[in-house]
Design a protein around this ligand. Structure first.
Ligand SMILES: Cc1cc2nc3c(=O)[nH]c(=O)nc-3n(C[C@H](O)[C@H](O)[C@H](O)COP(=O)(O)O)c2cc1C
Length: 228
């Protein structure tokens, strides 16, 4: 497929046909994705292909539990897990967990993630990350940039092979339990759980900001960059 089409048309897919995804196809996806960039080219990611039903279900239960926290934030009108949220906002969101659970749908993505045709857990070795912002007095963001381009490559490569999927991070809320379940080394963090499969339907029109809405000239408050 054309690169531009892939860039503009790889939307999140959360509903899959029950088709089996061949290991050889998954291997090709990962074999293409591995060319993603990372700080110092350290490639600190590790991928676990989840096959065991009991492990998948245990991970799915942790995901769903964390998802209820996410929905609690949404119900409170908050950006879920924003590093800038106040303690008061966070506790309001927590108080909406019951409402979030009541909204659960048996066929929702969070409720059925364990049965996705392909389920990958991607961890990253913190000891190999070039986290250049680690000494700043603010939330740290740079380390993730050494693993999420790879994960995005997985989704782009999957698209090329007729698959769709979504990267998810809510399970990281329950990282200690996930780490135990998957026997992650102590230096590893859970970066994402990725679900893949043949899409039931592929999104065609993605909602994204226009360039002039987020690009400015010379200063943050400079004029909008319009390319003219
Ligand atoms: C870092 C990151 C974390 C995400 N975490 C989740 C998640 O935990 N659960 C989920 O269903 N989707 C998750 N997503 C998918 C986003 O919701 C999705 O990419 C976004 O809403 C755009 O959706 P669209 O491609 O359908 O327009 C995540 C995406 C990114 C990039």
């Amino acid at each position: 497929m054309e690169l531009r089409d892939a860039l503009r048309g790889t939307g999140a897919v959360r509903k899959f046909l029950p088709d089996y995804v061949d290991d050889a196809v998954l291997f090709r996806v990962l074999d293409d994705a591995r060319f993603g960039p990372s700080g110092g080219n350290r490639q600190a990611w590790h991928v676990i292909v989840l096959r065991d039903v009991a492990i998948r279900e245990a991970l799915g239960a942790l995901y769903l539990d964390a998802w209820h926290d996410y929905v609690g934030h949404v119900l409170e009108g908050l950006v879920p897990f924003s590093p800038l949220a106040t303690d008061d906002e966070r506790s309001l969101a927590t108080s909406r967990r019951g409402d979030a659970i009541a909204l659960s749908q048996p066929d929702g993505f969070a409720e059925t993630i364990a049965s996705a045709p392909v389920l990958l857990a991607v961890s990253v070795d913190l000891g190999a990350l070039a986290a250049t912002d680690r000494d700043l007095d603010r939330y740290q963001i740079v380390g993730g940039a050494s693993v999420y381009p790879f994960i995005w490559n997985v989704l782009l490569a999957a698209h090329e092979y007729g698959l769709g999927g979504v990267m998810t991070t809510v399970a990281t809320r329950r990282e200690p339990e996930v780490a135990q379940l998957l026997r992650l080394p102590a230096t590893h963090a859970l970066a994402a759980v990725v679900a893949l499969g043949r899409p039931e339907k592929r999104p065609t029109k993605l909602t994204r900001k226009r360039v002039d809405e987020f690009v400015t000239v010379d200063r943050y408050d400079g004029e909008a960059f319009t390319g003219q």
